[in-house]
Design a binder for this molecule. Structure first.
Ligand code: ATP
Length: 368
C-alpha cells in the first residue's frame, strides 16, 4: 500500500498548449494518504480518467511528478507500479474457471497454494460467487464477469493501490448496492489505498472516505461526504452533490446579514463586505416554505413526493429555489415565503466559498 503524491501535476493532450483551457487536467498538488478510499467524482469530460490513467501509468503527464511513497513513478510503466485495476467492462479469461480467474494474480506472483485458497474463498464470498468457483467464465453473464474482475482486483493484499474506473456500470442496481457495501467493508478489513472513478454521487459518497470532486479539469474540493454536503468549497460542488442540489441567490453581504432583493437574511456569522459576484448558497434541507411572516416571497411551482419527504419547487423571479417538507406536512398553495436556517448558509464569491471571519480552523486546518 502506498501514499500517492501528485506534485505540480497537469496534462494537456495538445502538443503545444497555450493556456489553462488547453489542459484536460489543470495543475494540482495533492497527497493521497496511504490506506484511504478516495472517489474521483465529476461529470463526463471533467478529467477523471485522465487523472486515473496518470496514476496507473497508462498516460505520462505533460507536467509534474507522481510518487508512490517516496518513489518517483512518473516514467514507470503500468506493469512495474504494482497496482490492481478494475475497468468499466469485464476483463476475464473465458477459458478458465471462476476459481482460476480469481487466483490468477496470486499464482502469477508465486503465492503459496494455501494463501491462494484462503484469499480466493474470501473474495468469492464477497462477490457472491462461492458456489460458481468451478464454472467456466465463458458461460457467465456480463454482470457476473464484472464481479470476477472486481474480485481479481481485490485478491492481492500487497498492491500499492487498487484503481477502479466506473466498475459498477454493467452491474444490476440491486447488486450495485451490495458490492459497494462489500467493497467498503473489504477496504476496512485490508486497508488498501483505493481510487474509485465515478460520475454517480451515491456511489462516491457511500464508498469513499474522501471524495475528490472534479470540474472542468480541476479538483474543486477534496473532502469527506459531510464536508461536501455542509461546506461545499465551490458552487459546482453545492450544485452537483445533493438531490436536489444547493440553491444559490445573488446577494449583497455585509457583516452577518445578506440582502436579497430587499429581503434581509441572517447569515449567523460575520463575512465582512465581500466584493465580486457574491451569492449565498443554501441546501433545500435548510429551507422552510411557509404561508406568512418574513422570508423570501416565492411562488410554488410543483410538489414532488419522494417518499421520505416532499421536494417543493418554488420560483423567485425566475430563479428556482427548492425546499424540503416532511411527509404529511401542510403545504400552502400558490405562494408563500422561504426561510433559511443560518447554520446551512454558505457565502460564495466568484464561485468559491468564503470562510466567515470568526471561523475556527477545522480538523484539517481549513476554516470551517
Ligand atoms: P468520462 O466520464 O466521459 O470518461 P472523464 O471525466 O473521465 O469523462 P476524461 O476522459 O479524462 O474525462 O477527459 C477530459 C478531457 O480530455 C475531455 O475534454 C476529453 O475530450 C479530453 N480527452 C480525453 N482523452 C483524450 C485523448 N486521448 N486525446 C485528446 N483529448 C482527450
Amino acid at each position: 500500500m502506498a501514499k500517492i503524491t501528485l506534485s505540480n501535476l497537469a496534462h494537456s493532450y495538445l502538443p503545444d498548449p497555450q493556456g489553462p483551457e488547453d489542459y484536460a487536467l489543470k495543475e494540482l498538488d495533492h497527497v493521497w494518504e496511504d490506506g484511504r478510499a478516495y472517489a474521483l467524482l465529476g461529470p463526463s469530460g471533467c478529467g477523471k480518467t485522465t487523472l486515473l490513467n496518470i496514476i496507473s501509468g497508462l498516460l505520462t503527464p505533460s507536467q509534474g511528478r507522481i510518487l508512490f511513497n517516496d518513489e518517483d513513478v512518473t516514467d514507470k510503466a503500468t506493469a512495474t507500479r504494482n497496482i490492481a485495476q478494475v475497468f468499466q467492462f469485464p476483463v476475464v479469461y473465458d477459458t478458465m474457471s471462476v476459481r482460476d480467474n480469481l487466483a490468477f494474480p496470486l499464482r502469477n506472483r508465486g503465492a503459496a497454494a494455501s494463501h491462494v485458497r484462503e484469499r480466493v474463498s474470501a473474495i468469492a464470498k464477497m462477490i457472491g460467487m462461492e458456489h460458481d468457483l468451478d464454472r467456466r467464465a465463458s458461460g457467465l453473464t456480463a454482470d457476473s464477469k464484472q464481479k470476477i474482475s472486481l474480485g481479481r482486483g481485490m485478491v492481492r493484499g500487497d498492491v500499492n493501490a487498487i484503481l477502479f474506473d466506473e466498475p459498477l456500470t454493467v452491474i444490476d442496481p440491486h447488486m450495485k448496492w451490495e458490492l459497494r457495501t462489500q467493497l467498503k467493508s473489504l477496504h476496512r478489513e485490508f486497508g488498501h489505498t483505493m481510487i474509485y472513478v465515478t460520475h454517480d454521487q451515491t456511489e462516491a459518497l457511500t464508498f469513499a472516505d474522501e471524495v475528490v470532486v472534479m470540474h472542468e479539469g480541476r479538483v474543486v474540493q477534496m473532502g469527506t461526504p459531510e464536508e461536501l454536503f455542509e461546506r461545499p468549497a465551490h458552487t459546482f460542488v453545492g450544485y452537483f452533490i445533493g438531490s436536489p442540489g444547493m440553491n444559490f441567490l445573488d446577494a449583497h453581504v455585509k457583516g452577518a446579514k445578506a440582502s436579497v432583493d430587499g429581503t434581509e437574511i441572517d447569515l449567523g456569522a460575520d463575512y465582512g463586505e465581500p466584493a465580486g459576484r457574491v451569492r449565498i448558497g443554501v441546501r433545500p434541507e435548510f429551507v422552510t416554505y411557509h404561508a406568512g411572516g418574513s422570508g423570501l416571497p416565492v411562488h410554488l411551482r410543483r410538489v414532488e413526493d419522494v417518499g421520505r419527504h416532499k421536494v417543493l419547487r418554488t420560483d423567485f423571479f425566475g430563479n428556482e429555489l427548492n425546499a424540503l417538507a416532511p411527509e404529511g406536512a401542510e403545504v400552502p398553495a400558490d405562494s408563500g415565503r422561504l426561510s433559511f436556517d443560518p447554520r446551512g448558509i454558505n457565502v460564495y464569491v466568484d464561485d468559491w466559498r468564503l470562510a466567515p471571519r470568526d471561523a475556527a480552523p477545522g480538523p484539517s486546518g481549513r476554516a470551517a
